[in-house]
Design a protein around this ligand. Structure first.
Ligand code: 5AD
Ligand code: SF4
Length: 451
């Protein structure tokens, strides 16, 4: 049996793709390994969203080169694949910069991996096409055993690419135009996941709430797809990510009120609080539109946990603009968030803008923003102390007898396991909030006699 080592960077889309790459390679006789030294095939599934992400790939390739040389000294061959968005964006340049690499393959072509690896025996290969065929039609399904080893929760790609063209973002170039997968294929994949023991399905896409897939009776929006997914036996929980404020439709907001399986958590990137900056970002929404949207979502589901992405130091951002971001954060209150310094991406419009913000200013603004967001995160976590929340148990906990899981609000929770098992959804009374986890005791279900 040959061995493959797959390392993924960046977003959930890449986590999903990495799994599917392993699925394509399994029928070719590759077993997955977590030790690069053992691998006949090394796949780096890369991210290009920020400068650091791409640089990490080149430094990792340095380590790969050492492993390849060490294995060669023992007479063992190692093929090296760079996949993902850096592969798409840099293509042949990767072969030039990193002689260790044998295959460069973009996110739309990885179903061709077996054939590309075969060709790599003779030549170095680049495939960054956007092929006419649908890669999903060419990807084998994972066996139930393989699916189960990946965990109780699974990602399911329902939409790829983005047509929004935010001026800072490489996604429309690396992942291409927005495409939704047909309803039947998604439901099929979800049924397989559930049959293998998956209890929580997170449907993903770069712009997931723009989903408009072909259904049995016309085009379905995300809300209808979620309702159909909720009907699948075994699926206890549903989530979706990542959404754009402009695509947060009334029916999707209503789903947060009407669908018990849809968890009260929404990742809705706002990026900035200043309307001037939002316009320069080509976000197609204002700060107030976002505030009104949050009000409507909270009216539908008052306890919803909100999460967001922020960029500080976008070209032209003044101190007053940044204060608008801080004000928006203070007004809304986020349960969690990701925040980044603006990083000019080659080929995007914002990279050409005047008024690039100096690095020390970005560093200082990011620190202030992150301090506020961290205070809010901890306040949100403390707010669950004393409450009883359903926890989906995902894996053994830190200590023997403990189990770790997630609250509906995506908080990590540790419990004393008792008779409970991974995969159970257990009501837990939260006793204490640590810095990264909540701790609690399972509450005995109320018996009929007591009720
Ligand atoms: N610089 C900094 N952050 C970026 N993001 C996307 N492009 C850039 C960039 N050029 C952030 C956005 C997005 C998240 C996935 O990454 O906040 O929502
Ligand atoms: Fe990038 Fe904007 Fe599309 Fe998100 S919505 S993937 S930030 S272009």
């Amino acid at each position: 049996m040959k061995q493959v080592f797959v390392k993924s960077y960046g977003c959930q889309m890449n986590v999903y793709d990495a799994g599917r790459m392993a699925d394509v390679l399994a029928p070719e006789g590759y077993a997955e390994t977590s030790a690069m030294e053992e691998a006949d095939l090394v796949v780096l599934n890369t991210c290009h969203i920020r400068e650091k992400a791409a640089e990490k790939v080149y430094s990792e390739l340095g380590r790969v080169r050492q492993v390849k040389h060490a294995r060669a000294a023992q007479g063992r061959d190692t093929k090296v694949v760079v996949a993902g968005c850096v592969a798409q964006a840099e293509g042949r340049e990767i072969l030039r910069r990193a002689p260790v690499v044998d295959v460069v393959v973009g996110p739309q072509s990885y179903h061709r991996l077996p054939e590309l690896i075969a060709r790599a025996a003779r030549e170095r290969v680049v495939d960054t096409d956007f092929p006419a065929e649908d890669k999903f039609d060419h990807l084998p399904q994972a066996s139930p055993e393989r699916t189960r080893t990946r965990g109780i929760g699974a990602f399911l790609t329902i939409q790829e690419g983005c047509d929004k063209f935010c001026s800072f973002c490489v996604v429309p170039y690396t992942r291409g135009a927005e495409v939704s997968r047909p309803v039947a294929k998604i439901l099929d994949e979800a049924r397989r996941l559930a049959a293998a023991g998956v209890r929580e399905v997170t449907v993903i896409g770069q712009n997931v709430n723009a989903y408009h897939g072909e259904g049995p009776d016309g085009v379905w929006p995300l809300s209808r797809l979620l309702a159909a997914l909720a009907e699948i036996p075994g699926v206890a929980r549903l989530r979706y990510t990542t959404s754009h404020p402009r695509d947060m439709s009334d029916d999707l907001i209503a789903a947060h009120r009407d669908l018990p399986a849809l968890m009260p958590y929404l990742h809705l990137p706002v990026q900035a609080g200043s309307d001037r900056v939002l316009a320069a970002m080509n976000r197609k929404h204002t700060g107030d539109l976002y505030r009104r949207l949050v009000e409507r979502v909270r009216a539908a589901r008052p306890d919803i946990a909100l999460s967001s992405d922020f960029i500080v130091g976008f070209p032209g951002e003044t101190e007053a603009d940044f204060e608008d971001t801080m004000r928006l954060v203070a007004e809304i209150g986020f349960a969690s968030a990701f925040s980044f310094k603006y990083s000019p991406r080659p080929g995007t419009p914002a990279a050409e803008l005047e008024g690039q913000v100096p690095e020390p200013v970005k560093v200082e603004r990011l620190a202030r923003l992150q301090e506020l967001l961290e205070t809010q995160r901890q306040a949100f976590n403390r707010g669950t102390v004393g409450r009883t929340v359903d926890v989906l148990l995902e894996k053994p906990g830190r200590h023997p007898g403990q189990l770790a899981g997630k609250s509906p609000y995506l908080q990590a929770v540790q419990i004393e396991g008792g008779a409970h098992r991974v995969g159970d959804v257990v009501p837990v009374r939260i006793a204490r909030a640590g810095s990264n986890s909540l701790f609690g005791e399972p509450v005995a279900a109320v018996s009929a006699a007591a009720a």
